[in-house]
Structure formats: C-alpha cells, structure tokens
Design a protein around this ligand. Structure first.
Ligand SMILES: NC(=O)c1ccc[n+]([C@@H]2O[C@H](COP(=O)([O-])OP(=O)(O)OC[C@H]3O[C@@H](n4cnc5c(N)ncnc54)[C@H](O)[C@@H]3O)[C@@H](O)[C@H]2O)c1
Length: 238
C-alpha cells in the first residue's frame, strides 16, 4: 500500500483529531480500511464519525471481544480503539495493521514494543477529559466532606423537620480551606486539580518523578515522604 511508505519508524503521536492526523501521516486518497472496535464507550451516538468515513472503508462496532477484534480487524490498516486491548497476540494476528489510534490518554492497552517492532504507529489523546477528571476528584472529595447525597435523602425523609434544633447534620462538615492536598504525579490532571484545590483555599504540595515541567508553575514540589506525612488528602494519578 502507498500509505505505508510514510511510516518509517514507530511513533507515539499525540492527536486531538484522529482524521486530521491520519491524513497527515497517510494522505487523503488512500482509501484506508478503518475499524472502530468499541465506539460505544466513547461515542454512544452523540458524536459523528463522518470525518473518519471520508478516509475510506470504515467499519464501526459498538464493542468487540478480543476474538472478534482479530476477525473484524483482519484487513484493517487503521484501528480506532478506546478500551479494546491490542496485545502482542492481537497485533501479530493483524498483518495489514499500520496504525492504532487510541481515543483516550492512556496507551497501556497497546503492546508498544510489539507495535514498534512491526512499524505500527500508535496515537493517543494527551489531554482527553483532563478538566473532567480534576472535577471528579473534587466531586469525590466533596462527597466525603459534605455528604450532600445523604443529607438530601434524609432531609426528604423528614429528619430535619424532626430534629430537636435547627442544625441537622449526621456527619461533621469538613472545610477544605487550609487543609493540604498532596498530588502524586503532577501532569495535566495533577495541575488542573492543583488549581481547583487552590481555589478552595487548600495548600498544595506535589511530587513527581520528573520536575522540569513544574518550574514556574507556583507549586511546592516535595519528596514522597513529605506527601505522606503532610497531606490531609492525596491524589495519585500518573
Ligand atoms: N479516566 C479518564 O477519563 C482519563 C482521562 C485522562 C487521563 N486519564 C489517565 O490519567 C493518568 C494521568 O493523565 P495526565 O493527562 O495527567 O498524564 P500526564 O502524563 O500529563 O501526567 C502524569 C504525570 O505523572 C508523572 N509520573 C509518572 N509516573 C510517576 C510515578 N511513579 N511517581 C510520580 N509521578 C509519576 C509523570 O511524570 C507526569 O508528570 C493517565 O494514566 C491517563 O491514562 C484518565
């Protein structure tokens, strides 16, 4: 295939738009055979695959088992996966494969070494859902400090009305201001979380195996022991 000539070595390419990057690496006119293995996890129907469909024959499956993946991707040059794994055995069973495009940040679902040996490009999305994950960290944290769901339910059951005094609560309400959040692995998500923590008035300390990217970010970088001894709450994401 013509498209293969451009692929000289394996690369992990960070993309924010699969179709755009496929065109960049493989050209527009190559009539690629594309298989989306598990569209359901990312796109249950509210997003469009039209840009991908313009690039060739495009088969879109809601989900695929490992066995189905090998059968469905037999002739595919490009596979698009969210959670379906492309391990050594699967990659080796797909002779036409030239690119694995992951519609997520983590690429641990792909055997990178095998992809590398076979000259297969692996793409991922580095900032997928960063703000949402940071928001979820605080959704969970606020559940622990405020128990909003429990209070909502029990107030509806009449517990506040039956309370002896005006101040009905089952759990102490914990104020985040002045507490310390320790962040282990301070990349995209860690920094987004740090910003929210600071907005709550929390003190933030961070630990990362690499620290160059933290310079000038106004974050207190500490060692791992300090994280465990000084933090009131710890986020670990890497
Ligand atoms: N569930 C979701 O929707 C979702 C969305 C985005 C990312 N993620 C996952 O969250 C994780 C982090 O994403 P990100 O965008 O912040 O990645 P990132 O690469 O920007 O940040 C990860 C940080 O962790 C550090 N790190 C790696 N190993 C470490 C270790 N052993 N000790 C301390 N620090 C270490 C890295 O140096 C880096 O700074 C990834 O695993 C990703 O797959 C999940």
């Amino acid at each position: 295939m013509e498209i293969l000539k451009k692929v000289t070595e394996v690369t992990i390419i960070h993309h924010e738009n699969i179709a755009k990057y496929l065109i960049r690496y493989f050209g527009k006119e190559n009539n690629m055979n594309i298989v989306v293995t598990d569209s359901g996890t990312l796109n249950p129907g509210d997003l469009s695959w039209d840009e991908l469909k313009k690039l060739g024959e495009c088969h879109i499956y809601g989900n695929s088992t490992q066995e189905e993946t090998i059968i469905r991707c037999k002739d595919a040059q490009i596979v698009v996966t969210n959670k379906v794994a492309f391990d050594k055995q699967t990659i080796e069973a797909l002779p036409e494969l030239k690119c694995i495009a992951i519609t997520a940040t983590g690429y641990n679902i792909v055997d990178i070494e095998t992809a590398k040996k076979k000259g297969i490009i692996v793409m991922n999305v580095p900032v997928y859902g960063t703000k949402s994950v940071a928001q979820m960290v605080f959704a969970l944290l606020l559940e622990l400090t405020q128990h909003v769901g429990h209070h909502n339910e029990t107030v509806h059951e009449g517990r506040w009305e039956k309370c002896d005094n005006f101040c009905y609560w089952d759990y102490p309400l914990v104020e985040l201001a002045n507490l310390t959040m320790g962040i282990i692995g301070c990349g995209q998500i860690g920094m987004a979380t740090a910003n929210i923590a600071k907005a709550f008035g929390m003190k933030v300390i961070v630990y990362d195996v690499y620290t160059d990217h933290l310079a000038g970010k106004n974050l207190e970088v500490v060692d791992i022991d300090t994280i465990f001894t000084q933090s009131d709450v710890i986020q670990a994401v890497r």
